[in-house]
Design a binder for this molecule. Structure first.
Ligand code: G
Ligand code: G
Ligand code: MN
Ligand code: NA
Length: 250
């Protein structure tokens, strides 16, 4: 596990790891309303390594706990600099279920000088696998503290729509697997519309991920989707570039 020990070192020396941010757009105003933090690792020899590779490795080795804390700390520091925006952070199920997670979060929020209301925690249906009751209690107590919660990769997991009523998130992020076929495949629009309508009936806001084409965009506007994210608008980019984007918007 050479890569794992290199990841540990990168974390210890704060070298090579960084957070990039992908804008989230309000469908109505077409303005940036949020930023999703996405971790990047510039490996000294191998170049950029995808989180799709090193997050699972971090989960296998337990490194996800300190890595997850580092990610939260960085994202909260930037949230302080972008007070008008929601900052969304992906949280691994292992991190979410770790001891003292809520205490740690509250400490990080206090240290950064931000309100929990500015933070959206992106969780996946993976936390339901072990103990649905425990997952529900955790989500409820995060909501009580004021955090926003988003159910990420919606539609790809094993859970059914009925879970939503027992899992009090604020937002559903429709996985890009459902966005991609819009305009190409019969019924793709019907599926997205059904998710949007059901979400709205439950007072949830709906974000579409992976929006890449005008056709998808138009179908999502017509379906009443609240927020949009994807390469059609912006890719994830370093904080300095986000600042330039925000400055250009005004
Ligand atoms: O950014 P990219 O599309 O390459 O991300 C690939 C995968 O890694 C996605 O599933 C994404 O949710 C996950 N990921 C990216 N950044 C983070 C992070 O900061 N924490 C966690 N737990 N997962 C992340
Ligand atoms: O699992 P999660 O939804 O957090 O994954 C986010 C990942 O999706 C990131 O790695 C990000 O780079 C990627 N992503 C964001 N927008 C697009 C897009 O429009 N198309 C594709 N293919 N990937 C995207
Ligand atoms: Mn996400
Ligand atoms: Na996703």
């Amino acid at each position: 596990q050479l890569l794992a020990s290199e990841l540990r070192e990168a974390l210890e020396h704060n070298q090579g790891l960084m957070l990039w941010y992908q804008p989230i757009i309000c469908t109505h105003s077409e303005k940036i309303v949020g930023l999703e933090a996405l971790v990047r690792w510039q490996h000294p020899q191998q170049g950029m390594i995808s989180p799709a590779t090193f997050i699972p490795l971090a989960e296998e080795t337990g490194l996800i706990i300190p890595l997850g804390e580092w990610i939260l700390k960085q994202a909260f520091t930037m949230a302080k600099r972008w007070p008008q925006l929601i900052v969304a952070v992906n949280v691994s199920p292992l991190q979410l279920r770790s001891r003292n997670f809520i205490e740690q979060l509250m400490q990080l929020v206090a240290n950064a000088g931000i309100a929990p209301q500015q933070i959206e925690l992106e969780i996946t249906e993976g936390i339901l696998i072990d103990d649905e009751h425990e997952a529900n209690a955790l989500v409820c107590s995060l909501r009580e503290r004021g955090f926003h919660l988003a159910l990420d990769d919606f539609g790809t997991g094993y859970s059914s729509l009925s879970y939503l009523s027992r899992f009090p998130v604020n937002t559903i992020k429709i996985d890009r697997a459902f966005i991609q076929p819009l305009g190409l495949v019969d019924n793709a629009t019907a599926i997205v519309r059904a998710v949007v309508d059901l979400g709205h009936a439950m007072h949830l806001s709906i974000t579409a991920e992976g929006v890449e084409t005008r056709e998808q965009y138009q179908a999502l506007v017509a379906a009443g989707c609240d927020r949009l994210q994807g390469y059609l608008f912006h890719r994830a980019q370093p904080p300095e570039e986000i600042n330039a984007l925000l400055a250009a918007e005004i």
